[in-house]
Design a protein around this ligand. Structure first.
Ligand code: ZN
Length: 244
């Protein structure tokens, strides 16, 4: 539980709880599950959850890397149980590998996790050889300096076909914007247009596979400028609005 005052470290430094943290993370998890409710009941075609802290480093029994609970993994489990789904995919384009989501999904073939991320970089997991119990994990490590052209080529050849093949009934996006060239914590060189592109590709897959059902959940992004512009093009693409 959160402290009454001050800060409590959970993992040696990166992840701390303040008096407001518990309510904050409960609202993050609540938003993600409310997003699932909205798209599964048909109230919305897709949903974007502007949540912080991020979640994809949180493992089933361990907070780490700024993350306390894993909103995306919890939303996926919630969707399976509440709506009796058989296949839920999480697609993660945050610049860091979502070790927590992978850990939660690794032995569960009804859950699929695809991640593009800079490698080497925190948290050190996410090698292409980590494929899950039933090829339900797809990792695309990207080199420092990766630009738009390489990113799109790798996603097109290594990730999109695997998502189509899994044939998800719901797509959850771990939407981090720290692969942007302006981000101070990482070294990829993506542009806003790349976030628009991958979002549009995922919307296309969802339109074909699952009546457009996408729940997108904010992950990292440490340039406030890139976070604002990246989120804007992402949400507009979810809404089917072309960039200016
Ligand atoms: Zn990140």
């Amino acid at each position: 539980m959160a402290p009454n005052h001050g800060y409590v470290p959970l993992d040696g430094g990166d992840t701390v709880m303040s008096p407001g943290s518990w309510e904050g993370v409960m609202r993050c998890v609540g938003a993600a599950c409310a997003g699932v409710d909205a798209v599964m009941t048909g109230d919305a075609r897709n949903a974007f959850c502007a949540t912080r802290p991020c979640g994809h480093h949180a493992e089933p029994s361990k907070a780490m890397g700024f993350c306390i609970f894993n909103q995306a993994a919890i939303a996926a489990a919630y969707a399976l149980e509440t709506f009796q789904l058989e296949r839920v995919a999480v697609v993660d384009f945050d610049v860091h590998h979502g070790n927590g989501t992978q850990a939660a999904f690794f032995n569960r073939p009804e859950l699929f996790y695809a991640s593009s991320h800079q490698s080497p970089l925190f948290p050190g997991t996410g090698a292409a050889s980590e494929t899950g119990v039933d090829h339900n994990i797809v990792n695309l490590p990207l080199p420092r300096g990766c630009n738009s052209e390489l990113f799109r080529a790798r996603i097109e050849s290594g990730m999109l076909p695997a998502i189509r093949n899994f044939d998800p009934q719901l797509i959850i996006i771990s939407a981090g914007f720290d692969a942007h060239r302006l981000d101070p914590l990482a070294g990829l060189n993506l542009e806003d247009s790349d976030f628009e592109w991958i979002t549009t590709e995922l919307v296309r897959i969802a339109d074909t596979a699952c009546e457009g059902r996408i729940v997108s959940i904010l992950e990292g992004g440490y340039s406030l400028e890139a976070l604002a512009t990246g989120t804007t093009v992402h949400v507009r693409a979810l809404m089917g609005i072309a960039a200016d």
